[in-house]
Design a protein around this ligand. Structure first.
Ligand code: FAD
Length: 297
């Protein structure tokens, strides 16, 4: 018999007009990767996402590619495209020039981030002497240039450099107060961490949406490596579910779908109406998850 919770969430998904989804891609490096990128963009665009975003490589290494991809997404699909931007290792003048480039290209949405030092997320960050100090400072700088829709990052398990929860939430509040419209979270696999984070933020007076960043586990090996590098933990129960599936791609894919479906369904039951999917430039699993949320082409 269908469990009452499941029945309720299925009904909610089908009748929820306020549901918003967005998709994150990374700029492809090779022609073959670019082919897959466009194939996925064209499959996901008809789902009418709020926006499709394209990341900005470490230290600005993908500056031109990010701009080329967002411009083309907007012109080819009509879906609003958001460009990520970091301020690590650059002067304010250099970052401002990129923002003006986005504006001239018709990009109306920016995901504003500090970025990481080349040594990685856990390493001390030293701002460029003439640069933006952090993401909040960057948001304020972007606001001076144009009327962009701005998203910032949030960390349900705390950013590794935030010494306490107060520091973490104060920082998020500074970013929102500087003019960000919403926060998008780092990947997380325990919904309780996310829900506690939202509660902490709300208690601190943050009213902007904190959109859960959902990372489907296409490859447990790859995603657990990413998670480790960005300060997200892999719960033991999750590792156990994928244990021994490295050589069994079919069962691995089914498990990935089951885990992601469970995560979004639970969040939907908690009343969450906005989801951001880290696609890794693949569409299938995300297409299925969007359908589960009641969104079809
Ligand atoms: P900030 O909000 O500036 O915070 C970083 C840390 O510094 C926090 O611990 C904060 O508490 C602390 N801090 C900030 N200001 C102060 C202060 N005044 N005093 C004391 N402490 C302070 N990286 C990329 O390179 N390219 C991308 O495209 C990209 N996209 C991302 C998308 C999402 C959804 C997320 C969640 C992350 C993304 N990142 C990306 C990673 C991000 O750049 C790193 O996580 C980085 O370490 C922090 O960036 P931030 O914008 O959160 O920094």
């Amino acid at each position: 018999m269908l469990d009452d919770n499941l029945r309720a969430s299925r009904k909610t998904a089908e009748t929820r007009p306020d549901l918003q989804i967005s998709f994150e891609f990374f700029p492809p490096k090779t022609d073959v990767m670019e082919e897959r990128f466009w194939e996925s963009v064209h499959k996901l665009a008809p789902l009418k996402p709020r926006f499709v975003s394209v990341t900005y490589g470490a230290g600005g290494s993908t500056r031109e590619r990010t701009l080329r991809m967002v411009s083309r997404i907007a012109s080819d699909t009509g879906v609003p495209a958001a460009a990520h931007l970091t301020c690590v290792g650059a002067t304010k003048a250099e970052v401002d020039e990129v923002v003006r480039g986005y504006k001239d290209a018709g990009v109306t949405s920016i995901v504003a981030l500090r970025g990481d030092p080349p040594e990685g997320i856990g390493q001390p960050f030293t701002p460029h002497p003439e640069g933006y100090q952090n993401a909040a400072d960057l948001v304020a700088g972007i606001r001076k240039i144009g009327d962009f829709d701005i998203s910032v990052a949030a960390y349900p398990e705390k950013h590794p450099q935030s010494e306490s929860w107060n520091v973490e939430i104060d920082n998020l509040k500074r970013k929102i107060d500087a003019g960000a419209n919403r926060a998008i979270t780092q990947m997380f696999f325990s919904n309780a961490d996310y829900l506690r984070y939202v509660e902490r933020a709300q208690k601190a007076g943050i009213t902007a949406p904190i959109v859960p960043g959902i990372q489907p586990i296409h490859s447990f090996k790859q995603i657990s490596g990413f998670a480790g590098r960005c300060g997200a933990s892999i719960p033991e129960w999750l590792a156990e579910r994928f244990d021994g599936l490295d050589e069994d791609p079919e069962t691995h894919a089914l498990m990935a779908a089951a885990v992601a479906a469970e995560q979004v369904t639970e969040l939907l039951d908690e009343g969450i109406t906005e989801f951001h999917f880290f696609t890794l430039n693949r569409s299938n699993l995300v297409l299925a998850l969007a359908r589960l949320l009641g969104r079809r082409p």
